[in-house]
Ligand binder design. Structure first.
Ligand SMILES: Nc1nc2c(c(=O)[nH]1)N[C@H]1C(S)=C(S)[C@@H](COP(=O)(O)O)O[C@H]1N2
Ligand SMILES: [Mo]
Length: 482
């Protein structure tokens, strides 16, 4: 039909051939008759169901066109099932006539419940998102929330940058290195500013840290709000940057606030940043290269041992203050572990959130990441169980015990052979493995970390909290039939 349409447009307009013109008219009239609702259009967002977009009141089926879209498939797929206005508005300049001509040939109807004001001034702020590895486990694209692939963790004590988990609250800011500026304030008073060049000239340090999102393993809780993370909202890198303590030598305060270019803010106690053993970094490199955009380009703060949200990306401003920073990530319920008796928002409204501290360190953790079938070895073992364990405390690597009989007997895990230099991982996780003999499948495998009296809780119900934070209950993984 498209072919006929294109052809007949030419014929109809240029040579006025009666037959071509007839087809053109008929096609136009048919397509005008078809009406689709916004709801119906939004469902056409995959090659399976067809990819539709709208412009003004018209609906277009662009399924066969996307492969050849000059801007790339990923860009046009952002608009799948949606109006084009927010994307075109983003680029500001008007579209060329050819673009309308191409679209015209794909018109399939009009919007039934068309509202001209709905998208007129809307901009899709996500159009410039970075390209991401398809190996990540995506929970959402706008904003991007994605886990590191857990099957790979045992091979990678340092998570490769493209496999790092991503936790964004907003579109990734676009920051040109030459425009970058980090401001330093005491309360509301401006003290100093640093360009990227200034920062790179200062004495730097490298620190390996694991960052774990406060919501890691939220998905295992019953009914909580927020991204339903599995065990992959955790990753490890070597960061390079300026020790924050070097910038704070002459100052004193109670708190240090960090604010990102996307408006996300959090604060930490002054003593964590001022103490050079706290290893807080104003970081501009991740695993030897400049920070990827998703992870804070060009500069982020790294707060070893503290929950993910403290590690503010796209760092815009550091403020010293005697008060905690305001905003939901510090003072709201987002990172406060409320008692299990608080079951709904109405319960939350009855308590004084100011009296409850926000998370800094997270409790000891361990998870099973991979079950590997191995050649029966001399000890008669046929499976190797892999996992990670993480303590927020420096130089602490919890002991991990593994059970394959529902917790009756336990076997202590050893250091994963890929994981050679534990000492470099002062603020990092430790990867462990243990060989076991399993004859009957399916089999539940359990791991439990402990450190001198602190153990992972065995019942997840005991640590339930409305925001689903800090889940460190003993981890189970099922070995299915082999
Ligand atoms: N500016 C800014 N910083 C941020 C966030 C954000 O959305 N904006 N997310 C925080 C959260 S909740 C986590 S868990 C970590 C995730 O860091 P990553 O995306 O590099 O893994 O960044 C933190 N820093
Ligand atoms: Mo997070």
């Amino acid at each position: 039909m498209n072919f006929i349409r294109n052809y007949s447009v030419k014929l109809g307009v240029i040579s006025s051939l009666p037959i071509g013109y007839y087809f053109y008219q008929e096609n136009l009239q048919n397509s005008r008759i078809k009406k689709y609702s916004y709801q119906e259009i939004s469902q056409h967002n995959s090659s399976k169901k067809g990819i539709w977009v709208t412009h003004k009141n018209k609906v277009y089926d662009i399924t066969n066109f996307i492969e050849s879209h000059p801007g790339g498939i990923d860009k046009i797929m952002l608009a799948a099932g949606n109006p084009l206005e927010p994307y075109w508005n983003y680029y500001k300049q008007p579209q060329k006539k050819e673009v309308y001509d191409i679209l015209d040939s794909m018109e399939i109807g009009v919007i039934e419940d068309y509202n001209p004001d709905k998208f007129k001034n809307l901009k899709d702020e996500y159009i410039q998102e970075p390209i991401r590895s398809p190996e990540l486990k995506f929970h959402s694209a706008k904003p991007c929330n994605a886990e590191t692939p857990i099957d790979e963790i045992h091979k990678n004590p340092i998570t490769p940058n493209d496999l790092w988990y991503i936790r964004n609250h907003n579109p990734v800011p676009i920051i040109k290195p030459e425009d970058y500026e980090l401001d330093f304030f005491i309360n509301t008073k401006f003290i100093n500013k640093f360009t990227l060049e200034d920062l790179k000239k200062m004495k730097s340090k490298k620190v390996i840290t694991t960052i774990q999102c406060g919501g890691n393993r939220r998905g295992e809780f019953d009914k909580t709000s927020g991204t339903q993370w599995g065990i992959g909202a955790i990753s490890t890198a070597e960061w390079e940057g300026i020790p924050l303590c070097n910038l704070l030598e002459n100052y004193n305060a109670k708190y240090i606030h960090f604010e990102g270019y996307d408006g996300v803010k959090s604060s930490i106690p002054f003593k964590k940043g001022r103490n050079c053993f706290g290893d807080v970094l104003v970081a501009y490199k991740m695993n030897g290269v400049e920070l990827p955009r998703d992870h804070g380009y060009p500069v982020r703060i790294i707060v070893p041992g503290y929950v993910g949200i403290k590690n503010i990306k796209w760092l815009k401003k550091i403020t010293l203050s005697n008060e905690e920073v305001d905003g939901p990530w510090q003072r709201g319920m987002a990172y406060k572990i409320l008692p299990g008796s608080i079951r709904c928002l109405e319960d939350v409204s009855k308590i004084d959130l100011d009296k409850i501290d926000t998370i800094e360190e997270l409790p000891i953790q361990s998870c099973i990441t991979h079950i590997e079938e191995i050649q029966e070895n001399i000890n008669n073992k046929n499976f190797r169980i892999h996992g990670y364990t993480y303590s927020s405390k420096p130089m602490i690597f919890p002991r991990v015990d593994v059970s394959i009989d529902g917790g009756k007997t336990w076997k202590i895990a050893g250091v994963n052979p890929h994981f050679e230099d534990l000492l470099k991982f002062k603020w990092g996780w430790a990867l462990w493995s243990v060989d076991v003999k399993i004859d009957d499948t399916p089999c539940d495998i359990i791991c439990m970390a402990s450190d001198k009296g602190t153990v992972q809780p065995s019942d997840i119900k005991d640590i339930w909290n409305i925001r689903g934070l800090a889940n460190n209950s003993v981890h189970k993984k099922l070995l299915e039939k082999v």
